[in-house]
Write a protein that binds this ligand. Sequence first.
Ligand SMILES: Nc1ncnc2c1ncn2[C@@H]1O[C@H](COP(=O)(O)OP(=O)(O)OP(=O)(O)O)[C@@H](O)[C@H]1O
Length: 330
Amino acid sequence: MIEVRDLVKRYGDRNAVDHLSFTVEDGQIFGFLGPNGAGKTTTMNIMTGYLAATGGQVLVEGHDILEEPEAAKACIGYLPELPPLYPDMTVEEYLAFCAELKRIPRQEQEEQLDQVLALTHLEEMSARLIRNLSKGYRQRVGLAQAILGFPKIIILDEPTVGLDPKQVVEIRELIRHLSRGHTVIISSHILSEIRAVCDRVLIIRKGRFVVCDTPDELEERLSAGGSLELTAKAAPEQAEPLLRSVQGVVSCTLLGQTADSARFSVRTEGDVREALFFAFAEARCPLVELRPRMASLEEVFLDLTDDDDEVAAQAAALFQRTEEKAGVRK
Ligand SMILES: Nc1ncnc2c1ncn2[C@@H]1O[C@H](COP(=O)(O)OP(=O)(O)OP(=O)(O)O)[C@@H](O)[C@H]1O
């Protein structure tokens, strides 16, 4: 288990991580999701003891990463965003070197190397120089060193960045396989990536906690907040202020337009269909289509992590209310 408590990392007057708290339970595949610059790498570097925090605490299996770094680090295998590979070593030489660094007992090293090479499907590449490997294979070497020693917790920072679709699928399968005996934490700025493999998702924005739940729960709770799709016989410039004037409309996005109509996706709080009907009728803009729709997790994520503080705050407030209504505990 990893517990992150009130973590802060400040660079100058800027908080890269801003009072972040969360817990990763044993056996989970835990997704750490946020747009570029949200603070994922910084948090992971602190969790793995590569970077000191400005404030807060990280407990790895009960060991404080600052006070008992050796005990804490022994529980973790880490694949950083840019794994420090040595291009002039062969795969096997590099992994043997990592096994030494990890102080794996000599008599266990050979067997572990074989196991790790098999798990990452690197057996045929073991005698190759790392410099001659493709990006996908290099990533596997990075993964192999993270797995060596079979630590309880494996942390992977953007493990599929730069890989082709086939390699992405292979790495995902490997992550699923690993999760059978380990806790896996993966960071990504791509929602579909996280959704495909994770049991639980933490969304962060500007270094702060936004939400944490299962992907299905996130989707369900958000869709309960209400979302509509509507088409009005009006120009977008006329329809948008009308939409925004209706109480309960949280946000709206233009989906498309023709010569005489505009189609919007509208996020709402509560049922606003009647109010919309009358607002558009009074303005003599016929509503030609109005239907509820489920918010996709992608939309939820984009709204919650929008660069505009107001949009993100509105989405978070809506989420909070939905959460209260559903009686969901954090
Ligand atoms: N050494 C540093 N000095 C100053 N600012 C930094 C440093 N490292 C990171 N930052 C800033 O801290 C914030 C968080 O960066 P971080 O790399 O943790 O984000 P991220 O979520 O991992 O983003 P990405 O997906 O792009 O890797 C960013 O605004 C970044 O510019």
